[in-house]
Design a protein around this ligand. Sequence first.
Ligand code: FAD
Length: 433
Amino acid sequence: MNIPNIDLPRIVVIGCGFAGLKFCKKADSSKFQIVLLDKNNFHTFQPLLYQVATSGLEADSIVYPIRKIFKGKKNFYFRMTKTRKIDSGTKTVHTNLGPLEYDYLVVATGATTNFFGLKNIEKLAMPMKSIVESLNLRSLIIQNFEEALNTQDLDERERLMNFVIVGAGPTGIELAGALSELRTHILPKDYPDLDIRRMQIHIVEAADRVLAAMSQFASKKSEDYLKKRDIHVWTSTLVKDFDGDCVFTDKKNLYAKTVIWAAGIKGDSPISPNFKRTRSERILVDEYNAIKGQEKIYAIGDIAQIESKTYPKGNAMLASVAEQQGKQLAKNFNRLAVKKEMKPFVYFDKGTMATIGRNKAVVDLPKFSFGGILGWFTWMFVHLMLLVDYRNRMIVFINWVWSYINYDRGTRLIIRRFSPKTYTPETEVEEVD
Ligand SMILES: Cc1cc2nc3c(=O)[nH]c(=O)nc-3n(C[C@H](O)[C@H](O)[C@H](O)COP(=O)(O)OP(=O)(O)OC[C@H]3O[C@@H](n4cnc5c(N)ncnc54)[C@H](O)[C@@H]3O)c2cc1C
């Protein structure tokens, strides 16, 4: 990999998501050599993936080149490569570019979609965890309407126009809201010869309420918003199977060609047989984010689980948790460098929120909750401010204002045709081999 050996301890960081990025920004590179590895050469702002999938934003506005973020940082090296395996015995990570030794290792590889062993769903449903998957979904949505125009079979036409979203967490309901906006404002104009009123959007949830991780207020309000937007909400309903035309649940069969899987995630780390993991494949760490039973190896963000009194099952898999852990661990390394004690991680809960299309959102703050248009402006402001730099913020802001005034979504493009039946993730650029 051509990384020079210098007389500073080397920290290898795997993953430039919210946690890895924050860590590398805050770690003092005059005290450590920092080597960041990521399979992509960009950082992805996942909370807005659903807007890329529903033609609201260009992909470029929510991803950012890693090299640009760290331009000028001394003793810092980035390599675009997938890490395959961690060997804690020899303190080496094995990557597609070859092995690399570390003094300290920080695993920040995030999470991946959990299909809970449902093989057909894994093959045929659409996950939305990366920019590539969002673009695939965007293509498929528009392809469906192009195909619906050309079929004489009325059932087939409806199956093409129907969408089933599995999982009514923030991702599921945000997607449902965006699809309903397409149905109301965009598709009738794009496809005047299709009866778009027949398009159905279903959201299926195993729990007994939508947004089950948020307050009762947020659940109730968002369910009202979904229903007002003519979205069918199926709570306490388990999806069993999907054959490409029909979703089989324990209550009802839903006919649709497109199933979007937003029902679960699990930790995603390179092979590392000695790490203790939870049932959802997260790595167990202590309050300093040190991996239990390992020396000088840390995990931060979605992949890490700190079990504390306040959060006995670990913190939620959220960007804010990942950023705070990244920042805290970097500060701890900086303290270590000047022989000070590390401080334990304590999560500062700033609240959670979700939007359900134009003028509608729910916000849970630690002490109170609110919704409606105020919630929506809060949601937009917070998401704009969280984007990596001014350019991205500007592009997203202009897109949002344009869409709001014109009831338009600018990127209804099929750049590359997509078929769930023939797709294998290994063919994607992000799986650099
Ligand atoms: C659709 C969606 C919407 C969301 N909305 C919200 C929201 O509104 N609010 C909120 O707080 N959170 C939201 N989240 C969750 C939030 O995005 C995650 O909690 C956050 O991204 C976790 O950060 P991380 O750094 O742990 O992992 P990630 O951001 O996932 O980053 C992991 C990085 O590791 C890299 N990587 C993975 N494996 C390897 C490997 N083997 N080798 C090299 N590199 C590797 C990846 O390329 C990636 O860059 C959302 C997530 C999704 C998917």
